[in-house]
Design a protein around this ligand. Structure first.
Ligand SMILES: Nc1nc2c(ncn2[C@@H]2O[C@H](COP(=O)(O)OP(=O)(O)O[C@H]3O[C@H](CO)[C@@H](O)[C@H](O)[C@@H]3O)[C@@H](O)[C@H]2O)c(=O)[nH]1
Ligand SMILES: [Mg+2]
Length: 228
C-alpha cells in the first residue's frame, strides 16, 4: 500500500523507528546507508525499514557497477544488531580457560539438541566502545575484573547478511573473581565453566561449536598465549 493510499483511510500516526520512536526509543532507522560514498561502484537508492522489534532489519536498494562496467540494481536485506565484542579469559598457570554455557534459542530452533551453547564471554557494545564493553561483559558474565586486555582482531562474522563487526580480545584471569552469571533482569542465565585449555581444544566440533569461541581458542594455540 502506498503512503497516500494508507492515509486515505487511517490517520498518519508515524512509522515506529522512522518518524516516531520504536519500543527502544529509536528513530531515523531508515537513514542508515544513504550517505555512503566510499565505493564509486555503489549508489544507495533506497532504504526501507522492515522490523525494529529488537534488532533492526532493513532492505536496501542500490545500483551496483559490475567489473565489466555495466550497472545493475540490487536489493539486499541486512540484520543490524550493532557491533559486539568477545574475550578469551585464560590462566597460563593452571592452563585453563573460562567459558560460559547459556541457552541460545536460534541454535535450538536450528538443530542443536538442547540449545545450551558453550561460548567465550561476549556481548553487544550497546553504547560503549569495544574495550569498555568487553570489560563490562567480562564482569557481568564471568565475574572477572580484567586488567590489561590484548586486542586480537576485528571480524565480520556473517558479511552477506549481518552487519555486525565483532571485536576480539584476550586477557588473563585469576582465582579472584565473583560468580558472574549475566544480568537476570535481561533474561541472562549463564553458567561459568573453567575448562583445561587442551580439553577445550579437543572439544571443538563436538560440543564447542560457536564460531567466536573456536576462533579465539585456535588463535591462542597457534599464536596467542598458549603458543608463546
Ligand atoms: N527482549 C529481547 N531481548 C533480547 C533479544 N535478543 C537479545 N536480547 C537480550 O539482549 C541480551 C544481549 O546480551 P549480550 O551479552 O549483550 O549479547 P549476547 O546475546 O551474549 O551476545 C550476542 O553478541 C555476541 C557478540 O557479537 C554474539 O556472538 C552472540 O551470538 C550474540 O548475538 C540478551 O541476554 C537478551 O537479554 C530479543 O529479541 N528480545
Ligand atoms: Mg553475552
Amino acid at each position: 500500500m502506498t503512503d497516500a493510499a494508507a492515509g486515505a483511510s487511517t490517520p498518519d500516526l508515524g512509522r515506529p523507528g522512522v518518524d516516531v520512536p520504536d519500543r527502544r526509543g529509536r528513530t531515523g532507522l531508515d537513514r542508515i546507508g544513504l550517505d555512503l560514498t566510499g565505493n564509486p561502484r555503489v549508489r544507495v537508492r533506497d532504504v526501507r525499514l522492515l522490523t525494529s522489534n529488537w534488532y533492526v532489519t532493513r532492505v536496501t536498494t542500490f545500483d551496483f557497477q559490475r567489473r565489466d562496467g555495466t550497472w545493475s540494481t540490487q536489493e539486499r536485506e541486512t540484520y543490524d544488531r550493532g557491533d559486539g565484542a568477545c574475550i578469551l579469559l585464560y590462566d597460563l598457570e593452571t592452563r585453563s580457560v573460562l567459558l560460559t554455557s547459556q541457552f541460545r534459542y536460534p541454535a535450538y530452533v536450528n538443530g542443536h539438541p538442547d540449545g545450551d551453547l558453550i561460548e567465550i564471554v561476549g556481548g553487544l557494545l550497546d553504547d560503549d566502545d569495544a574495550e569498555t564493553a568487553i570489560r563490562r561483559e567480562a564482569e557481568e558474565e564471568s565475574g572477572v575484573r580484567v586488567g590489561a586486555v590484548e586486542h586480537v582482531f576485528d571480524v565480520y562474522m556473517s558479511p552477506g547478511s549481518v552487519t555486525e563487526k565483532l571485536h576480539f580480545y584476550a586477557a588473563p584471569y585469576d582465582a579472584d573473581r565473583t560468580d558472574g552469571g549475566g544480568l537476570a533482569d535481561e533474561g541472562e542465565d549463564i553458567t561459568v565453566l573453567e575448562v583445561p585449555f587442551d580439553e577445550a581444544l579437543a572439544r571443538i566440533g563436538d560440543d564447542i561449536i560457536d564460531a567466536k569461541t573456536i576462533m579465539l581458542l585456535q588463535w591462542a594455540a597457534l599464536s596467542g598465549p598458549f603458543a608463546r
